[in-house]
Design a protein around this ligand. Structure first.
Ligand code: NAP
Length: 265
């Protein structure tokens, strides 16, 4: 990517966590922003702070990306924004407890809608303008769960889609001056686990990263390969997850009495 800041970035899921952090780090060097989420009060507060601190233009847009109407509102805004040169498809959530068969089919389809359908539609909406201008980038928030057989069929499945989608799209677009990144963080301190009612203590502190570190690496690596796994610990974990021996080992540990007691608590 050129060293100059992006002109305008649209960030989904900007009301918290990694999305809000992208907004901070992009606004600092002067990128104008369009912030998207359902919680308008949060977006407005963040927009006010960024305008005051960095003298940038910040628009807010309320949209529920689990609905077709919500996605369409964002598509329209993208089409109207002639200076858009960065799209961050960040909105997402974890399905929370319960097996695939126990949870409602509607929950699964909501996740497909937010992680997959919204990303495909918003990316498709943004690309014609970026291609015509010969510059642009798309960051898709995947996860190291994309490589994991332990993170739930829907969460891992939708994130794995984002990795392959991004990698293939990157190949199609790199000669046109457009870069695509699938960012694959591991455990990151945001509101993500609280929203899903997941006990953060299950994963040792050693493995956690801050949203600030993750976003800094993502922006630094943009344009240098389609898949970005931030931090060496996550790289090791992502590698090990694909090893058949690890799979057998983790399953054996997962069946052990001590671990079951800790997870069920
Ligand atoms: N934190 C981690 O450990 C971790 C690890 C790997 C990957 N990720 C991925 O990183 C991304 C950001 O997660 P985070 O950790 O920053 O979580 P977070 O703090 O819970 O933030 C999630 C964001 O997504 C938005 N969102 C959720 N559902 C939405 C919907 N239906 N329509 C529009 N916006 C919606 C939320 O906004 P509203 O509620 O205001 O709509 C919020 O701004 C997700 O895609 C997640 O899968 C996170």
């Amino acid at each position: 990517m050129p060293k100059t800041p992006h002109r305008t970035a649209l960030i989904t899921g900007a009301s918290a966590g990694l999305g809000a952090e992208y907004a901070h780090q992009l606004a600092a060097p002067g990128t104008n922003l369009i912030l998207v989420a359902r919680r308008m009060d949060r977006l407005e507060e963040l927009a006010r702070e960024l305008r005051e601190k960095h003298d940038v233009t910040v628009e807010t847009l309320q949209a529920d990306l689990s609905t077709s109407d919500g996605i369409q509102r964002v598509e329209r805004r993208i089409a109207e924004t002639a200076t858009l040169d960065l799209l961050v498809n960040n909105a997402g959530f974890s399905g929370g407890p319960g097996s695939f068969a126990e949870r409602d089919a509607a929950d699964h389809l909501n996740m497909v809608q937010v992680h997959v359908v919204a990303t495909v539609r918003l990316t498709r909406a943004a690309l014609p303008g970026m291609i015509a201008r010969g510059r642009g980038a798309v960051i898709n928030l995947a996860s190291i769960a994309a490589f994991s057989p332990f993170s739930g069929p829907m969460y891992s499945g939708t994130k794995a889609f984002l990795v392959m989608f991004s990698e293939n799209l990157h190949g199609e677009l790199k000669d046109k001056g457009i870069f695509v990144q699938a960012l694959c963080p591991g455990m990151t301190h945001t509101e993500f686990h609280e929203v899903a009612d997941i006990d953060e203590a299950i994963v040792p502190k050693f493995f956690w990263m801050t949203a600030e570190e993750v976003v800094r690496i993502s922006l630094r690596r943009l344009g240098r390969g389609a898949i970005c796994v931030p931090g060496w610990k996550n790289k090791v974990v992502a590698f090990l997850m694909r090893c058949p021996l690890t799979l057998a080992g983790v399953r054996a540990v997962g069946r052990s009495h001590i671990v079951r007691k800790k997870v069920d608590r």
